[in-house]
Design a protein around this ligand. Structure first.
Ligand SMILES: [Zn+2]
Length: 539
């Protein structure tokens, strides 16, 4: 007996040590009582155990480990009694509560009370119903790959083995009565802990995890459950429970106070999944009454608030589900969940609940003409080629103006086109005459250089008179309040000269179509701000 006990002890020691160095939930969940190793505890196993205790046979090291049912390091009549108790009290009993399974399908969470099984990796939930009779679990659908039937055996009240048709095996250990509350779990990923236990690295994934002591390299696998602010950890095995109280600081920090009074401060590590980073370049973000232009480049970026012109630089990281921004510097962390729509659209839901819709800024040139997200742009940055010549206002622009003119007339106001389409060469003469009269600097504030005039697009109109005398007239006020309804925007509003490049022009409207015009009007932004572009001559 002493020889076997010693062998057995070293076998158990090997299991404990291997779980320390190579954290694995599997370690320690061999099917106790299944001496023959066929994944079913039955009369044959009882016979083997009984014969062994009577010194009538020998056991291999592996069999001896499974024969030590109460895990006390020796094989005796207590093990036989316990094995028999497990065998006869549990044979037909359907498991209840939540169980963690390990097998070929990866880690899965069964809840037999509710009839759900959740895949840890994908989070996919499958509902099932099942019944149990003499070792057999019959599910109403395929639960394990293409199988719906398994033979089950308990090795203790908290350990269970399912042997599926075809021979695949899942080992289950008991997690708790209640289903897993995912909203209360610690965010998956890597966390650094510092405090009374020194420096430790924790990894959480669902209800599973492991930690490694940074100095010794030793660690343990664990599962944990959440009850209010208490976490119950099962360290290295189902029966080794340690509780801790969690105090949440923010989404990347929390504190655990272990039951022995030791506290540890946890900080989430920024693990960057480069495939999850946002595409470099500019993105236009709009939310509830907010407009921001984000620029992303690798893990850095910045945003500028289109209304205030203020901005902040940031670093950010992306993992499987979250973006973590360090706004303006370390320590100022803000989290957001990204929901992809397509390659040029996504939404971010910030941790305060605000949602922003992101659209990739797309600047493309077709035949020398610049389109920003599909909108033709002519300003001081983006010019038109001399060959671009629609010859007149576009038909759509003219028709929209006519409708606006009619409605204004009904309100007792007279609108007419003072200046509509202007060709490249006409603009060239016009601009040069202003330069000759007022000088280049002054001319640039009210007249466009050739190729840079919006009038060359056939989409812009000066209404009634291109003069400051028009400002404040009933017609000017009516246009400002109503032109968006006809698809126009006031292109050069008051106080936006630094952005549009032009002083206030109460008479100059630009046709965008009713949908875009209303969106720009509602934003309160200039077209440059709305599209995240500038308007500055390059020379
Ligand atoms: Zn104009």
């Amino acid at each position: 007996m002493s020889k076997i006990s010693k062998t057995l002890f070293s076998a158990i020691a090997a299991v404990v040590i291997s779980s320390l160095y190579f954290p694995s939930v599997n370690a320690g969940y061999s099917l106790k009582g299944d001496i023959s190793g066929d994944n079913v505890i039955g009369g044959g196993d009882m016979k083997l155990l009984q014969e062994y205790i009577l010194n009538n046979n020998t056991l291999t090291q592996e069999q001896a480990e499974r024969a030590d049912v109460n895990s006390d390091g020796c094989i005796d009549s207590f093990d036989l009694a316990l094995a028999k108790k497990n065998l006869y009290s549990k044979l037909d009993k359907l498991p209840q509560g939540t169980w963690i399974a390990d097998g070929n399908e990866g880690v899965r969470y069964y809840n037999f009370t509710n009839g759900t099984v959740i895949d840890q990796t994908s989070g996919k939930t499958t509902d099932f119903s099942c019944d149990a009779s003499s070792h057999n679990l019959n599910f109403n659908k395929n639960i394990f790959a293409d199988k719906k039937h398994a033979i089950f055996s308990y090795s203790s009240e908290k350990a269970l083995v399912l042997r599926w048709d075809g021979g695949a095996v899942e080992t289950l250990h008991y997690y708790g009565e209640n289903p897993i509350d995912y909203s209360k779990l610690i965010r998956s990923g890597k966390w650094t802990a510092s405090g009374g236990y020194g420096s430790r690295e924790f990894s959480f994934s669902g209800v599973s995890g492991n930690y490694t002591d940074s100095e010794t390299g030793m660690g343990l696998a664990f599962e944990y459950s959440v009850n209010g602010n208490k976490l119950a950890f099962r360290m290295g095995g189902a029966d080794n429970s340690v509780t801790a109280t969690v105090t949440s600081v923010d989404s990347t920090h929390f504190t655990l106070t272990w039951e022995d009074g030791t506290t540890e401060n946890f900080t989430r590590q920024n693990s960057v999944d480069y495939t999850k980073l946002i595409g470099s370049g500019k993105w236009l973000a709009s939310g509830k009454n907010s407009y921001r232009v984000f620029t992303f480049s690798g893990t850095s970026g910045n945003y500028i608030d289109s209304k205030t012109g203020m901005g902040v630089a940031f670093e950010y990281s992306a993992d499987e589900e979250n973006l973590t921004f360090q706004m303006g510097g370390a320590g100022n962390n803000v989290n957001a969940v990204l929901t992809p729509i397509d390659s040029t659209h996504f939404t971010l839901t910030w941790e305060n609940g605000n949602v922003e819709n992101f659209t990739k800024q797309n600047i493309e040139k077709r035949n020398g003409v610049t389109y920003v997200n599909g909108i033709l742009i002519a300003n001081k940055t983006y010019s038109l080629p001399s060959s671009y010549n629609p010859g007149a206002l576009t038909a759509e622009t003219q028709a929209a103006f006519n409708r606006m003119k009619n409605d204004a007339a009904a309100a007792g106001l007279n609108l007419w086109v003072c200046s509509g389409f202007r060709s490249y060469s006409y603009q060239d003469q016009l601009y040069n005459s202003y330069v000759a009269r007022d000088g280049k600097a002054a001319a640039d504030t009210y007249s466009a250089r050739a190729g840079h005039s919006e009038h060359q697009t056939g989409l812009a109109i000066d209404i009634n008179m291109a003069s400051d005398a028009f400002i404040g007239t009933p017609e000017a006020k009516w246009i400002a309040a109503n032109c968006y309804k006809y698809g126009f925007i006031l292109r050069y509003p008051q106080g936006k000269q630094d952005i549009t490049g032009y002083k206030y022009e109460a008479w100059h409207v630009r046709y965008l179509g009713t949908e875009t015009a209303k969106a720009v009007y509602d934003s309160g932004l200039t077209l440059e701000e709305y599209l995240g572009i500038d308007s500055v001559y390059q020379n």
